[in-house]
Structures are given as C-alpha cells and as structure tokens.
Design a protein around this ligand. Structure first.
Ligand SMILES: [Zn+2]
Length: 173
C-alpha cells in the first residue's frame, strides 16, 4: 500500500499536464473540394516585430467557397467584429464552440441567426476577407468549455478524413 501511494504521487505531475494529442471530432469547416492550404497555424507567431497568440487556424480557399459547421450545434453568435469581420459562432453539445471569421457577407442575410440549429456540414457563410485579413481565407477557432482557444488542427479531421466520414454518413459519393 505504501509503495502504491508513492507511485501515485510521482505520477500526479505527469497526469496534470497531458500532452496535447490529436483527437479529431470536427469535420473540415470549408468545402473540401475548394480548400487550398493552411496559411497560419495555431499558437504564437511574430507579427510586426512582436509575438502574438494566433487563436485559430487560417484555411485558404477561393472567395465564395462554402463555410460549413464542423459539427451539429446551435448558432450562438452571428454578426460583425473589428478583427474577425463577419463571423459566426456555433455552440456544440459538449459546450465547446467553433468560430468562423472573415466571412464574405452578413451571415444573418443567409438566415444564419442566433438560436438556429445547424447540422454538421450546414452552410454558415461564404469564404471572404472581411475584418483584419489580407486575402480570402477562413480563420477557424475552437474554444473549449471554459472559452479557452485550443489548437483546431488537433480537433479537425483532415479534408481526406472528412470525405471518408461523409461517405460513411451517406453525405458524399
Ligand atoms: Zn487567423
């Protein structure tokens, strides 16, 4: 018994800081046929000489490509913010949220309004470059149940995996 409790004490600090592992549960949030590349990953990046936390991932696709809900949920926010531009936030069942920024136009004009239930792959907007943006792309953020930003690439299925999931769901051929 003594030995066992000693081991538990030794293991506790390791358990307290789990290494971030990839565990996909979100479908790729733009039309996979139009997606080009990741232009900026999550984390600290240099911006005009200082380091700034990039709270999401930048996914490049032509302007007008469909932006889709990464998983079913409810529209929690739909509107405009200075840096995000036109954007939508989707609240999911596990209390995590996904955020879709720089949309081409007011998502409310597409009927994407607060309180609306959206299915996985439901269109929430179109790729644009509104807000602080240098070209058409989707800035996609994942917020945990405490509102903390998490690395979206750990949560997202790749475009290829997304297609496989959609085929299994009968949503792609
Ligand atoms: Zn970004």
């Amino acid at each position: 018994m003594r030995m066992l409790s000693g081991l538990l004490i030794l293991l506790a600090p390791l358990a307290a800081e789990p290494k971030a592992a990839r565990a996909p549960w979100l479908l790729f949030p733009i039309d996979v046929r139009r997606f080009d590349h990741v232009s900026s990953k999550f984390g600290l990046r240099r911006l005009e000489g200082h380091r700034k936390l990039h709270r999401g991932v930048d996914l490049v696709a032509p302007a007008g490509s469909y932006v889709v809900a990464a998983r079913e949920g409810t529209i929690a926010e739909s509107g405009h913010a200075r840096s995000c531009g036109w954007y939508v936030t989707v609240a999911h069942e596990n209390s995590w949220r996904t955020v879709y920024c720089h949309l081409r136009s007011d998502p409310r004009k597409l009927g994407v309004v607060q309180g609306l239930a959206v299915p996985a792959m439901g269109v929430v907007g179109l790729v644009g470059s509104t807000g602080h943006s240098t070209g058409p792309h989707l800035h996609f953020s994942v917020l945990d149940d405490q509102g903390r930003p998490r690395d979206p690439l750990l949560a997202l299925y790749t475009p290829k995996e997304t297609l496989e999931v959609l085929r299994k769901m009968g949503m792609a051929r």
